[in-house]
Design a protein around this ligand. Sequence first.
Ligand code: G
Ligand code: G
Ligand code: NA
Ligand code: MN
Length: 254
Amino acid sequence: LRLANDLQEAVRLEQLTLHYQPQFETVSGNVRGFEALLRWHHPLFGPISPTEFIPLAEEIGLIYSIGDWVIQTACQKNKQIQEKYMPTSVMSVNISGLQLQDSLFFDRVCGILQKTALSPQSLELELTERDRISLKDRRIDTLKKFANHGIKIVLDDFGTEYSSLEYITTLPLSTIKVDRSFVAHIANHYEGTVLVEWIISLARKLGLTVVAEGIETFEQLHSLQKWKCDFVQGFLISKPLHESELPLFFRKVE
Ligand code: G
Ligand code: G
Ligand code: NA
Ligand code: MN
């Protein structure tokens, strides 16, 4: 209860911030864009993980306003990045399945893109597999609206739920993101290695883009290069960056 009150305050007092983790083309090493990751620095308890406060925000109905704030802030930042450093930068934003139930969500996202003068192709929405969406779910129609508008839909945490294979043939996805628990097994665990290689080839056959997250070792990176995984993200290459760290990041990669 304390935390619920504090989260309401946090939104009002602007204690939430976004960090931006770069994504790279696996083979060339070129920067592709960023994933926006929400952070809450609590005045007393210090940093609180989104794995704790996102479920709380969902429970108390704050997820809608927080979600809008995240998209708005991430789009503004991406516009600056495009103008200053990289015209092709793509921004990925995590969304909660609840946001898709809001019938005005699509219109609000389009409004944000218009206001920030960003093309729909510069925004991606990451949907986690943990938000089970069933075949007849109305949220699939919302996802189709986004996809038809040119906003890509990414299936995050791929492989962590039983519904994985059904999902990739029924949702209007452009991309799957291999969960970092699989990436962690590359090279030190035969079955894990085979699984990641298989996911990448499956995605290719279905015409989907593949991102691998949680890359922490050169061995993992080299395997993903060998298998031609499209994009990679992880502490080995860059941690999520505070906006103040972006100028130095671009100076280093240019
Ligand atoms: O960045 P970190 O590892 O602490 O993120 C933990 C989890 O929180 C991840 O699953 C991530 O997808 C989720 N998350 C981070 N930012 C957001 C956000 O803005 N919205 C939602 N819904 N989830 C987020
Ligand atoms: O579930 P999702 O994929 O959105 O989670 C993203 C989270 O993963 C972020 O909180 C981010 O801080 C974390 N993360 C990013 N790169 C790495 C990494 O290389 N290793 C680990 N363990 N976590 C990572
Ligand atoms: Na994500
Ligand atoms: Mn993930």
